[in-house]
Design a protein around this ligand. Structure first.
Ligand code: FRU
Length: 367
């Protein structure tokens, strides 16, 4: 478990699920409305907390009612809010998001008039207390100073920088950090056709950082300082339910992997599957719960005191299901004495009064 400080945004996300992406002048009806907290750094910390880390957010908040909601959401997610800077001027930054139910793609209209985090506020944080600092590549007026402080006061803690969009002067910051995560939006805006060409160009001037470039369905490119650029294809996701925050989840997975001393290649693979998992579910809550387990059978297939043997599939063993009144029990279909299926010799004998089963091979009871 590591202590991770995220420096970036927390935003109010108003997410409308729509049957298709609206056209200009069209009026359509959303099937769902959800109000939640978003923002890249805030989302990444939400995932990192679920991965077992202690996280803190350094961001700005307005003084309105929505800001109170964001603050309580962050606290409910167990993200430390002591480094939040509050402004009287400006309103809660808000993203109006349509989520296309057909393909899980999100379209964001973002409103922001809130001042950016000040250098003075950041300078007061005891950053040495943290094991990792993760910066969103925004607020360029102050970011350079913040990175200078981080470089001066930190001895061994890695610093990561997310480069989502092109911003004037951001390239000057690249030599200051240990890990740079580029998005395809940045790469495309700079005229690159894939992550390979972007990272090869960056490697000419940035000699000491791990570099990663994510490209949605095209996968991820990555490179350590002493190695060439490698590519990892995206994990197939069918159906894609919700891509909102998939990039932020990837960043969290990458930091988690590197904190746990994985190689860059292992950490990218870990991050890739976490991002794919995110795309299979709505929102970012309960990301680590295995809520996509395949059912063994439908309860309607089971009759009282009769066994149902499911076949072995995808590496999972054959299972014997038995229903006694309102209880269903499941046994691995394997006799631990003879190491053969329980129904190897004949069908499994059921005693409905004792509520027991008998292995067909050597008649041992299962209770
Ligand atoms: C997703 C996200 C949203 C937010 C938007 C802009 O990556 O962080 O939660 O509204 O991007 O910050």
């Amino acid at each position: 478990m590591a202590k991770i400080l995220g420096i970036g945004n927390v935003v109010l996300d108003i997410v409308l699920t729509v049957p298709h992406h609206p056209l200009e002048d069209e009026e359509i009806r959303a099937t769902q409305k959800q109000t939640t907290s978003g923002g890249n750094a805030s989302n990444s910390l939400h995932v990192l907390t679920q991965l077992g880390h202690q996280t803190a957010l350094c961001a700005t908040l307005a003084a309105d009612g929505e800001a109170k909601q964001l603050l309580s959401n962050l606290r409910a997610r167990k993200i430390d809010t002591q480094h939040i800077q509050t402004f009287i001027k400006g309103r809660t930054p808000t993203s109006f998001i349509t989520l296309n139910a057909q393909n899980g793609h999100r379209t964001i209209v973002h409103f922001r008039d809130l001042p950016e985090l000040s250098f003075e506020h950041f300078a007061k944080i005891e950053i040495e207390e943290y094991d990792w600092l993760h910066f969103e590549g925004r607020n360029l007026d102050n970011l350079s100073g913040m990175l200078n402080i981080a470089k001066t006061f930190l001895s061994h803690q890695p610093i990561s920088l997310e480069v989502e969009k092109p911003r004037e002067g951001i390239e000057a910051l690249f030599p200051q950090v240990n890990l740079i995560i580029f998005s395809h939006h940045y790469a495309k805006a700079k005229g690159f056709i894939d992550g390979q060409s972007l990272l090869n160009a960056i490697k000419k001037t940035v000699k000491h950082a791990n570099l990663v470039c994510t490209w949605g369905a095209k996968g991820v490119w990555y490179s350590t300082p002493n190695d060439s650029v490698h590519h990892l294809p995206a994990e197939p996701v069918m159906p894609i339910v919700d891509t909102l925050g998939a990039g932020d989840t990837f960043n969290a997975g990458l930091i988690d992997g590197l904190v746990k001393e994985m190689s860059l290649s292992q950490a990218v693979t870990h991050a890739n599957s976490l991002a794919a998992k995110k795309c299979r579910q709505p929102g970012l809550d309960n990301l680590l719960l295995d809520n996509h387990a395949t059912p063994l059978a439908n309860i309607k297939q089971l009759s009282n005191a009769k066994t149902l043997v499911t076949p072995a599939k995808d590496g999972a063993p054959s299972v014997v299901l038995i229903k006694f009144d309102d209880t269903v029990k499941a046994y691995e279909n394997n006799c631990p004495h003879q190491n053969v299926p329980l129904n190897e010799a004949f069908k499994i004998d059921v005693n409905p009064f004792e509520k027991t089963l008998k292995c067909s091979v050597h008649e041992a009871f299962l209770i």
